[in-house]
Write a protein that binds this ligand. Sequence first.
Ligand code: ADP
Length: 267
Amino acid sequence: MAKQPFIPPFGKEVKLSDYSTREAEPAGRDKGKKEIEELRLELEELHELIVADGRFPILVLLQAPDAGGKDGTIRSVFDEVDPLGVNSVGFKAPNDEELAHDYLWRIHRQMPGKGHVTIFNRSHYEDVLVVRVRNLAPKERWKKRYDHINNFERMLTDEGMVIIKFFLHISKDEQRERLQERIDNPKKQWKFRAGDLEDRALWEDYQAAYEEMLERCNTEYAPWHIIPADRNWYRDLMVGRIIRDRLNELGLRYPPPEPGVAGRTVV
Ligand code: ADP
């Protein structure tokens, strides 16, 4: 796999404070926005090719603190993509039926089939994030999940799935501004939950949980990308580029026509 700039070194401790939440080239905004428009069209073509090629299930997975921009990223990056053949799944607190099963049960059922793209808005990683920070399961239980998750993702990729994981990295100040905007703007108030402030009060605990997730579940077969996400345009540009580059590595191709189709005339 080509080296990506935002993949943390494998097997090394991850300190989020070492990773910027801001764009690398502030002057590049206008150029960046133009490039995003081109990227959307490239992704639309690549998506068509994934469907036609039909060999690969593609999973794009997003985790972020509240107001980290998961929805906005999906909307922007997949703006031009044909809604047939792509779907996004959001994972909320598990319902009774889900709680009656192991934590990967509801996740596995939502996995894409071959020739299909699925976007996870939150994921099985909540089971080592909110579950850990909010003490929803004892430590002896969630501690084992990093290994389960690695094995699960290994199985999926061994069977042909392409997994592209993004952590949208925002600063605590940026989150304050975004949550305040949700409270102040009547059109955004519906997005605000009182639980957002409770989670914000646990910011440091969440950062520690993200760090362990990024360290323990960062593998060659399903690496994490830490995306500087305080600026939407830069976040979208980086996510779009990484998805495009990864898909380009797959050698996607249109399947040959059925025998005798080429050269026929429709009457
Ligand atoms: P989002 O913020 O993703 O747009 P919501 O505001 O409905 O959507 O938040 C979903 C909530 O569900 C989050 O607080 C998240 O922590 C919680 N959640 C997701 N997965 C789990 C889980 N496995 N266990 C407990 N809570 C979970």
